[in-house]
Ligand binder design. Sequence first.
Ligand SMILES: Cc1cc2nc3c(=O)[nH]c(=O)nc-3n(C[C@H](O)[C@H](O)[C@H](O)COP(=O)(O)OP(=O)(O)OC[C@H]3O[C@@H](n4cnc5c(N)ncnc54)[C@H](O)[C@@H]3O)c2cc1C
Length: 469
Amino acid sequence: MCGKIGVLILAAMAWNIVIAGGGFAGANTARELEKLLPRQSSRLILVNDVNFLLYTPLLPEAAAGTLEPRHVVTPLRDILHRTNLRLGVVDGHDRENRQVTIRSHTGETEQVDYDHLILAPGSISRFLPVPGLTEHAVGFKSLADAIYLRNHVIETLEMANATEDRALRDELLTYVFVGGGYAGLEALAELQDFAADAMQHYPKARLHGMRWVLIEAAARVLPEIDAELADYAVDELRGRGIDVKMETTLEEVTATTARLSTGEVLPTRTLVWTAGVAPHPALKNLGVPLDERGKVKVDSRMAVEGLDGVWALGDAAAVPNPVGGDCPPTAQHAVRQAPVVAANVAAAIGIGEPREFTYKGGAAFVNLGRYKAVGKIGDRTFRGFKAWWMARSYHMSQIPGLPRKIRAVIDWTASLPFSRDLSEVGSIGRPGVLSPDRYARGGSHRPVQGDPPAAGKDRAEAEARPDTD
Ligand SMILES: Cc1cc2nc3c(=O)[nH]c(=O)nc-3n(C[C@H](O)[C@H](O)[C@H](O)COP(=O)(O)OP(=O)(O)OC[C@H]3O[C@@H](n4cnc5c(N)ncnc54)[C@H](O)[C@@H]3O)c2cc1C
């Protein structure tokens, strides 16, 4: 009886901890809090727009087909054992009453009390007012982007192989990536490697030749990592014939061209926009102090300036970097910030000691295709298969959840003896209109006239496709 009363009293005293964002930062913070805080005295709520954690460092491999897209995500319910996962977004914050507004996918809203609020909504692609960008470019940040790009590249190869029009082939076989951060550089490297292998099946396209171009506004790529390793990666790409244009910007995009600041006009039907990230815009509605770039202002314990009980980390926060400035927007940093925030929340509740963020980084890898990578550990640099193997071992240790680790290893092993899979499965998840006309026109999945219009390059592509006009 006494025991039951004790549990009831503890439950009545339970701390409400709300985490906004289930990426590297948010999900890992929840996992750490599950370990640190007693079950009876803490209620953990994690709000995220999807029910999985996307392991972005392997997204380029999903785009290149080395890994099954589903194997680069971990279901949050598999790795969180007592955190209440809520699908939706945190889009309001009443500081006075210590409440946040959670808006679910159905549009319903709910006010939830918090004692501690942890903000980890990550970042979005940084947009610049380049004419034609919204209509004709695609990003590279989500699983949908990766799946789309893989199918798009296969489709351009198929179309280039089928047409006799040289100008159209030029457009189809020129692939332009804007922005030399992790996302752009790795996505370009993986897809180019994939397309170079696939070319053996497309003799006409192979004869014509492909052109892969990386455009970067700054004087160097990969600002997230050491300059020596970044130069190493560029040497590797140039050695493969990839045209890396530094100190060059994109001025205009149309369905078939990209105009650069040098005056050059590239014929292309593929423009991938990966020109950096900006903190998630939802932060603007949350009444927290933001710096000039829109990142949440925090100290080295990740406590939000002037707001007791509110914390922020990951891409969304300006966490002081022990080596100067603030931390770059990388998964490496987000993952290491998570246990520090969790320890500080626990310490604020009276469990353990507060901690400061002291991680200085030491190892970095850049994936450049199947069995190709560059890497640096301490002062030593690595390239080729050795670097790829080391990067794989590192990712194995980092992918959350044993089942996902095993699935990824199986994918890598299974791909060893086989050539690239060239099936273009862009129809997955895009069922067409149920109509006999669709079949009468000779296709089972391709869009036909009367289907809802596609967006961006999808539309440009649909317009270019003779059988869909
Ligand atoms: C293609 C690609 C490759 C990369 N490769 C590497 C690499 O090799 N190494 C490396 O270290 N880093 C890499 N990065 C960077 C890395 O992905 C980010 O730094 C990391 O994801 C940041 O973690 P986060 O938790 O802050 O944000 P995210 O992982 O973006 O997670 C934020 C989550 O919060 C959700 N959310 C947004 N708004 C709200 C809201 N209002 N309420 C609730 N939830 C919300 C988002 O939908 C998302 O699920 C790569 C990024 C990309 C795109």
